[in-house]
Ligand binder design. Structure first.
Ligand code: PEP
Length: 249
């Protein structure tokens, strides 16, 4: 059985004054041991978060595909590992939109993370226009095909299905649509990695809150959540961890 994973993505939010929130989230994670919890914070908060968040895996939100080199302003997997990060997000739709990253970039970044022992949350998801045009299935299949790293396995890879139109908008797909897209993701994984696909967690991301989390997390093939806005405070994030614990009983 796949354990639920609730991962927070702090995006470009958070200063040292917010470390108290991370301590509270770490305490909630410890109190709900049937669920895996992780927090992906800005680069600047990785080391301070590791220092206060005993037992809570702290991750990054991106890395460069190269191990080192003349890449001004970028950060490598080795640097993240040295800071104490144990995972990273790659291919987030905000990076695809803002930094024009492609699925091939996500593939190379996932491979770089793997070289440095970092677990990977690989994001995929269609835009609103693609959704409305009935192209979600094809887009997500193609993103998985192009960005899935070699030898992808459940011990280090998690997929996150995040319809772009649901991110930060308060809109979510129906539970039926979420189940259908996750089944499509699982089937695609199976064509690429065979039986290992059964162990790879597929998270749902997009406007998950304490109110809708339990129903989403109880949906077929939903193995957890990637949470943006509602992960920024313990008050909003802990109810999502608790919802995951309830559906894991
Ligand atoms: C995200 O950025 O990955 C995300 C899911 O954001 P939000 O929860 O705010 O929609």
């Amino acid at each position: 059985m796949r354990r639920k994973l609730v991962a927070g993505n702090w995006k470009m939010f958070g200063l040292k004054t917010d470390l108290g929130e991370i301590e509270k989230i770490a305490a909630a994670a410890a109190a709900n041991p049937q669920v895996d919890v992780a927090l992906c914070v800005p680069f600047t908060l990785i080391a301070p978060a590791v220092a206060v968040a005993a037992g809570l895996p702290i991750g990054a939100q991106d890395l460069h595909e190269a191990d080192k080199g003349p890449h001004t302003g970028c950060i490598s997997g080795a640097m993240l590992a040295e800071l104490g990060a144990t995972l990273t997000i790659v291919g987030h739709s905000e990076r695809r939109a803002d930094q024009h990253e492609t699925s091939h970039d996500a593939w190379a970044k996932a491979a770089a993370a793997r070289r440095h022992g970092l677990k990977v949350i690989l994001c995929c998801g269609e835009t609103e226009a693609e959704h409305n045009a009935g192209r979600a299935e094809r887009i997500v299949q193609s993103q998985i095909e192009k960005s899935l790293p070699d030898l992808a396995g459940p011990e280090w890879l998690t997929l996150a299905y995040e319809p772009r139109w649901a991110i930060g908008t308060g809109k979510t797909p129906s539970l039926e649509d979420i189940a259908a897209m996750h089944a499509i993701g699982r089937a695609k994984l199976r064509t690429m990695v065979g039986d290992a696909a059964d162990g790879i967690r597929i998270l749902y991301g997009g406007s998950v809150t304490g109110t809708n989390a339990e129903a989403i997390l109880a949906t077929d093939n939903v193995d957890g959540a990637l949470v943006g806005g509602a992960s920024l405070t313990a008050e909003k994030f802990v109810p999502i961890i608790e919802a995951a614990a309830r559906v894991s009983r």
